[in-house]
Design a protein around this ligand. Sequence first.
Ligand code: NAP
Length: 197
Amino acid sequence: MRIGVMGGSFDPIHYGHLVAASEAAHRFDLARVIFCPTGQAWHKSTDRRAPAEVRYLMTVVATAADPRFDVSRVDIDRPGPTYTVDTLRDLRDERADAGLPAAEWFFITGADALAEILGWRDPEKVVEAAQLVGVTRPGHVLADPGLPQARVSLLEVPALAISSTDVRRRVAEGAPISYLVPDGVAHLIAKHGLYRT
Ligand code: NAP
């Protein structure tokens, strides 16, 4: 069984993420895609960022209608910074504990974020644990071209013209976010007063 792991802050989750996961599932014949919202935001400033539990909730709401999509709390519940090597180990252990057969893993994230992962903790273990899929909008140039080619694929997704940064900026400016994020996500942003200046 081939399983995708969609790693990201999802602050907030938007249609670009959902299209990217769907494209990756199609391209790599993935039976499931597990969205893993990151835990503590250790490598970026936390102002105007949504709390982990609200990012988790937005991800659950956004993915609820698609039977291929699940959401995991592994990164939210693990104390300390989120490292991809831990994400992949915890998901593999959960599957083994449930008595399910071993799976082939595909870690999907933004192409720029992927370049960073390989510069951080245990990159060789990450590459060993999963095939890496960097999703990017067409024409985007990679920040780090030195990725190991055999284990890394790039997938161009036009819908990734949408970005979380732009959605947060639009909310702060009072601009509409309809059709950029699912309605349920827009409702949660309004309900929790997220991203306002
Ligand atoms: P980020 O720095 O917030 O995002 C960098 C770029 O990638 C942004 O343009 C972002 O767009 C895009 N992106 C992020 N996740 C995406 C996704 N799933 N699909 C499409 N585009 C995506 O990166 P991050 O969200 O914090 O981290 C991404 C993943 O890499 C997480 O799973 C994180 O745990 C992992 N990571 C691990 C390490 C490590 O192990 N040391 C280091 C860095 C990152 P949007 O803002 O629109 O999403």
